[in-house]
Design a protein around this ligand. Structure first.
Ligand code: M6R
Length: 606
């Protein structure tokens, strides 16, 4: 949830740390702070609010030091105050620490520490005092001893005021990456802030401690045994993490979709055989044939992409498929055996609930595979195979391009399984063709952005809103409602069209906005009847429908057209106008589109 960054090298640390925090702000943005050390003195600054307010404070002073750590916070323990902002310091002022995670037994540790004067309400301040208690001249040993007593999750970077040559980093459940530059090192919660400086990285695993010194990196486990780590190369381009002239990352990422979708499917579609090849599955044909159940585990937007996958696996491959919200999965005794294939779907690859659910599925003997965006993320490394979705850095909190690419990859998996079972080559080829046509068709939807902006202005002042869809468009309705609520704060609900009359229709009154996805597929007539029902109650209808459908205007007050495509592929196209609608509504309401209140991009706590 929080973002942490550290620097050691020959440059002034403070500006680099601030730049890094800006890149990490999507992980948390209620307060921020940084500390550098120079001549055995800590110099620190903290502020409540976004990184801009920290930057303002930094303009008023010069912070000298070639080593430092910084943090952007999403509050878990303690309110949003300067005192609770990181870095935290030991009571004697000698050790500073930034922490992402939760120390579950902090009360017990407080008892162990006895009489310490705390400045904040955070669990993190207890941890830095614990490290100080064990410090006898060697910071790594002190961190190791302290962590042996900790229950919970952490990604930490620790610094001693008298040691300008080393930073100590450790992880358990919260990600940490070390970037290797030219005579300098960066440490961060994810690779995004490193991209501007290096693409050579070392990923820490749970239970590892790194001593990052000017002379090099040494890595250990919590038993003080040295571990050899590989340096990996990240092929993300730093330019992809810039707004590139767009007002917001979200708008830029919506427009990225045709290109990154091509990145996702490139080399993976076999038009001639009407199939897909996703090598990362790591299963033999025999193992694939034995799969009798698929479970798709995800949270939020990723779970709506998973719902599209369910339709595809069942229709193309005939494999019973369930979608499980990760936070529920492990508490409901799921039925799993050695023929169950479980996919964890996650943009960040760090979502705590998804990760925990995958671990549970693995414990029960399933094949676990990842469909992940962030390269080297925990889910990518803990699963026994899977596929990167190649959406590139997604920095807006509201997910857009990752959703599209997740849906694309799930369709490809369904196609691959389908063709190895019952799916005909002709149908396979039609799906391949439909998938290949998506970027051009998506372009046609994006061209309508001015019209969608105009429509958004008509809907911006409503306080409540319904999204309706049926079949493959039900997940589209779910995603449309989530996008609108999370960035505009308009209360939005989504229902399968046929479900409305079982309760929610009681809420409808004259002028109540209903956004309906009613494209020309097998459920068009059913959806039409549902719209008749809402229209009869005086609802105001915005229809997303297929190009050329003039008849829909009999029911709809406003219409957005999408190009025709195969039914299973429709959700990829039909979601794009809803992303734009949510975006323009939020902008017109002056919302902080990229950093909506109370949310963080990567949810690394349960
Ligand atoms: O990183 P993940 O894909 O695992 O994240 C899952 C959800 O937290 C995420 O999709 C969330 O719902 C977004 N805010 C949606 O825009």
């Amino acid at each position: 949830m929080c973002g942490i960054i550290g620097y050691i090298g020959n440059k002034q640390a403070a500006p680099l740390l601030l730049q890094g925090l800006r890149r990490l702000e999507y992980r948390g943005y209620d307060s921020a702070g940084l500390v550098v050390t120079d001549n055995n003195i800590f110099d620190s600054v903290k502020s409540v609010g976004k990184i801009d307010s920290l930057a303002e404070k930094l303009k008023q002073r010069e912070m000298k030091g070639h080593i430092g750590i910084a943090h952007t916070r999403w509050a878990t323990h303690g309110g949003v105050t300067i005192e609770n902002a990181h870095p935290h310091f030991s009571a004697d002022g000698s050790i500073a620490m930034v922490h992402n995670g939760i120390v579950e037994n902090y009360r017990e540790l407080k008892g162990f520490l006895g009489d310490v004067s705390y400045k904040s309400e955070t669990d993190s301040e207890v941890l830095v005092n614990l490290i100080a208690r064990f410090y006898e001249g060697d910071l790594r040993t002190a961190v190791e001893k302290a962590l042996q007593k900790v229950r919970g999750t952490y990604g930490i970077v620790v610094m001693h005021k008298d040691n300008a040559d080393c930073l100590i980093a450790a992880r358990m459940g919260s990600p940490l990456v070390i970037g290797i530059g030219d005579g300098e090192y960066y440490l961060a919660s994810d690779a995004t802030p490193l991209l501007a400086h290096t693409n050579q990285v070392v990923f820490l695993n749970d239970g590892e401690i790194a001593e990052v010194c000017r002379s090099g990196i040494q890595t250990y486990n919590l038993k003080n045994e040295q571990i050899v780590k590989c340096v990996e190369q990240i092929d993300w381009d730093d330019a992809k993490a810039e707004k590139q002239g767009y007002d917001h990352f979200m708008l830029k990422e919506i427009h990225d979709q045709p290109t990154v979708y091509e990145d996702a499917i490139r080399g993976r579609i076999d038009l001639e055989d009407g199939t897909a090849h996703l090598g990362g599955l790591n299963m033999t044909p025999e193992q694939m044939n034995k799969v009798d159940r698929i479970i798709l585990i995800a949270c939020g937007t990723a779970s709506y992409a998973a719902m599209i996958g369910k339709y595809a696996f069942e229709r193309l491959a005939g494999i019973p498929t369930e979608v499980d919200v990760a936070s529920e999965f492990r508490y409901r005794d799921p039925i799993i055996n050695e023929n169950t294939l479980v996919f964890g779907i996650s943009q960040s690859g760090e979502t705590a609930d998804t990760l925990a659910a995958l671990r549970e599925a693995k414990r029960k003997g399933a094949f676990i595979r990842g469909i992940v965006n962030v390269v080297g993320s925990t889910i990518a490394r803990e699963t026994d195979g899977g596929t990167y979705i190649h959406a590139g850095p997604e920095l807006a909190v509201a997910s857009t391009k990752a959703y599209t690419n997740m849906a694309a990859i799930l369709l490809l998996y369904a196609l691959q399984f389908g063709r190895s079972r019952r799916l005909s080559i002709a149908t396979g080829q039609r799906i391949c063709k439909a998938l290949l046509e998506i970027p051009e068709k998506m372009g046609k939807v994006l061209e309508q952005k001015d019209k969608i902006k105009e429509i958004a202005l008509k809907y911006k002042d409503y306080k409540n809103c319904f999204f309706l869809g049926r079949g493959v468009n039900y997940p589209v309705a779910r995603e449309g409602a989530l996008k609108l609520k999370e960035i505009s704060y308009i209360h939005s609900e989504s229902y399968p069209g046929g479900e409305l009359k079982h309760g929610p229709i009681a809420l409808l009154s004259a002028g109540f906005p209903v956004i309906a996805i009613i494209t020309k597929n097998q459920l068009y007539d059913k959806m039409w009847s549902n719209l008749e029902e809402v229209k009869a109650r005086g609802a105001r209808v915005l229809a997303i429908t297929t190009e050329g459908d003039e008849k829909v205007k009999e029911l709809a007050d406003d219409v957005i057209y999408v190009p025709e495509t195969m039914e299973l592929v429709e959700p990829i196209l039909n979601t794009v106008p809803l992303q734009l609608l949510a975006y323009y509504v939020a902008v017109s309401l002056n919302r902080d589109v990229d950093r909506p209140r109370n949310l963080a991009k990567s949810v690394t706590v349960e």
